[in-house]
Design a binder for this molecule. Structure first.
Ligand code: YCP
Ligand code: CO
Length: 287
């Protein structure tokens, strides 16, 4: 399902604050933090197969059991209510409370590592519900940069290349719902769909000026400082540029590969090509 704004849930800020305060004491998983450059990606399972809060790695759950609230989900009455009232729980596999700040997420696709699981059991559809966010928090899908506002439910096409940036030291907290692909079910989001048409609405997209030739040349000059030691810093500069300026399709990976090709450290280019493969093409969990 393509990325689409679906509807807005009026958030009860007082009850939300209470749950978020309660969730501050939970043990968060830092699984998938390798997708980030900056702070970690912290997630906590509120609803999962067998009610098992587990370690946050989607391939480590037993997919033959039904899903229910976890010990963490049960401690958050308002979020429980939001989950119960907004989505169809029968195909719902996982709900994570996910937070990060001051970080960028490398452009990637999700679910690639789930291909060994039976098709009707694995997560196939995702819905995002931002609970706390800010103006400097951006998503991108292909070459579209956009914002999700707090309280908005979005169908999120995690099979397309997406990237995220939270360019401020404020928390960005989302509920992330994963559904299986059982056919014949109704809509995943059960509240009325008020999204006008398909896709990302124009008033949520961020208009970026085109990247200038000077900026492009300056980025390529990073080849002079790019080594395996500075890989993360350089890639994060490239990704941040993508959120501020329009450098064209596949800008981040294309630019990082060009800088890697021009740099002096012979290990950087093969490393870049391997990461590109891992994040966007195929992922073998046994690696
Ligand atoms: C996301 N995908 O796109 C998640 C974050 C890595 C996997 C962590 O929000
Ligand atoms: Co993702």
């Amino acid at each position: 399902m393509r990325t689409k704004y679906v509807a807005t849930v009026p958030l009860d800020e007082a009850r939300l604050a209470k749950d978020l305060q309660q969730s501050a004491s939970f043990r968060y998983s830092e699984a998938y933090s390798n997708y980030l450059i900056g702070g970690p990606w912290k997630s906590c399972m509120l609803w999962a197969t067998g009610g098992d809060s587990g370690d946050g790695v989607l391939t480590n759950y037993s997919y033959d059991r039904g899903s229910t609230f976890t010990e963490y989900g049960r401690q958050l009455p308002y979020l429980q209510e939001l989950i119960t009232n907004t989505v169809d729980r029968s195909p719902l596999k996982f709900v994570r409370l996910a937070r990060f700040s001051d970080s960028v997420i490398v452009p990637h696709r999700d679910f690639l590592e789930l291909s060994d699981l039976p098709q009707d059991a694995r997560s196939a559809h995702r819905v995002h519900l931002p609970l706390a966010t800010h103006e400097q928090c951006f998503f991108s899908e292909d070459n579209i940069v956009y914002r999700m506002r707090a309280g908005e439910m979005w169908h999120f096409d995690a099979s397309r290349i997406h990237s995220v940036a939270s360019l401020a030291d404020e928390p960005r907290i989302h509920l992330i719902f994963d559904f299986d692909d059982r056919s014949g079910t109704g809509p995943l989001v059960t509240i009325e769909d008020t999204g006008a048409g398909e896709g990302i609405p124009a008033d949520r997209t961020v208009h970026r000026p085109p990247l200038s030739d000077t900026d492009r040349a300056n980025l390529l000059d990073l080849a002079g400082v790019l080594t395996m030691d500075t890989f993360g810093e350089v890639f994060s500069i490239v990704i941040k540029k993508h959120f501020r300026f329009d450098g064209g399709e596949d800008f981040a990976w294309r630019t990082m590969t060009a800088i890697a090709r021009a740099c002096q450290d012979p290990d950087v280019l093969p490393h870049t090509l391997n990461l590109h493969r891992y994040y966007t093409l195929e992922r073998n969990t046994k690696e």
